[in-house]
Design a protein around this ligand. Sequence first.
Ligand code: FES
Length: 584
Amino acid sequence: MTSDNSNNRKPKVPLRSAQWFGTRDKNGFMYRSWMKNQGIPEHQFDGRPVIGICNTWSELTPCNAHFRDIAERVKRGVYEAGGFPVEFPVFSNGESNLRPTAMLTRNLASMDVEEAIRGNPVDAVVLLVGCDKTTPALLMGAASCDVPAIVVTGGPMLNGKHHGKDVGSGTVVWRMHEQYKAGEISLDEFLSAEAGMSRSAGTCNTMGTASTMACMAESLGTSLPHNAAIPAVDSRRYVLAHLSGMRIVDMALEGLTLSKILTPAAFRNAIRTNAAVGGSTNAVIHLKAIAQRIGVDLSLDDWQEYGKDVPTYVNLQPSGEYLMEEFYYAGGLPAVLRQLGELDILEKDALTVNGETIWDNVKDAKCYNREVIREPDNPLVESGGMCILRGNLAPRGAVLKPSAASKELMKHRGRAVVFENFEDYKARIADPDLDVDPSCILVMKNCGPKGYPGMAEVGNMGLPPKILKQGVTDMVRISDARMSGTAFGTVVLHVAPEAMELGPLAAVRNGDYIELDAQNGRLSLEVSDEELEARLAALRENHVIATDGGYAELYIKHVLQADEGCDFDFLVGCRGAAVPKHSH
Ligand code: FES
């Protein structure tokens, strides 16, 4: 880490910002003059790197509501290293408030980021991310431009506390709601956990999607070590933001662009890390989308090949017991990466944003709590990687998270109880006359990318109350939806093609039998090929996907299926950061 003033150092590559601020002519006058209305002195325009701070701050994204403070710490670092920081807002797609789902606007946010970077005088960017979709959206946008970029995550909330016990974001909601439906607790008791669950700034404190994507960013090499787990309100989070601000100035001078970091090896390391931490199924979609933007070929088969047999070592909810606070105190992600390296399941030469390899960053990392980060010979789950399923029900794949599933249901044959969409599910699931027993398989259609639209996190369908009252806590569930990273259960997700695209899921009927064989990666509908084709042919007649204008129509027309990362077809690929024509 250098603290030299960058004015004394020559960039190894031409800086983009010179094409705005570096000319002594009419254009240079105009670009500089309006910036000076913010009180920026002349010497800031002397050719030093201009660092964009891409901020997803919003009071409607409570997980990112503390980001103004973090941005200020980044600026301190940028100034200290001799850079010129400029903060700008991008669409903040917060998980908890946005309807119908923040996934609908992930690509919109990525477009915002991409065009904001390309069109403005920035040489490198700091990506301030936190809530689930903000991490992939900003990485996707920056990857499309292939500029130097460093991720600074907002950090997880402190442990939730309720009635003297630790409670995890989201996970406690799913658990207590099932208890309430089973008649085990009152409504007042259920609602009393609200304030205790979310008692500090930060993101969900379980290994949900936000924490998973923070771990993905760190294992990809796009952040400084320990970025994933330092709690949001821990002063070391500010130190990390400051150091990231310093480092991005050097990255701009070195021309250390994202494509040098986001290599195939980096993605393979992320896949292994996801298994080791018990990460969210959403990472499968987001990593694919990021990889596609930077030009790396990543498929569902890579998850099978590189992740499936990696044990889960991190004992965090929803798969395990603890929360992100304990994870950081136990040594955080560097301790896990060191363990993977010692087991020879880490590609050690992968480059990271600090200019060191991932192994150099973690080889001396310590673990301080073996209950939280388990020893190699005492994993939480033997094979913790994503289980990729294929078969006549999911020709292009489906995903199951073994660490969140029930062992005894990983091989299961059952009668389908079908819901045509989420509304149908909500209308009938509590019906005492619903023809269902614990061995049945709940099937929900039309919750995929085009069907919902936006592929909402509704795949972990709550069980029928009459089943819960029997003391049953899990059933096999299958859909084309996603699932919150904080959720759990034997839940088959991301079935592709989705029902709205008339994938085979659309043809499942009540009473059909389905077999799940997770060990062998099979998901089979026990219906003959002829019968399946006849059902689909009937559905094809007069099939239209309703659209109602606006952004949702653009989304439905261009979104790719889950196995392709749900990106827009026209956004795939790296378009670079060539400077556009003058604006005046
Ligand atoms: Fe924002 Fe979980 S809702 S991180």
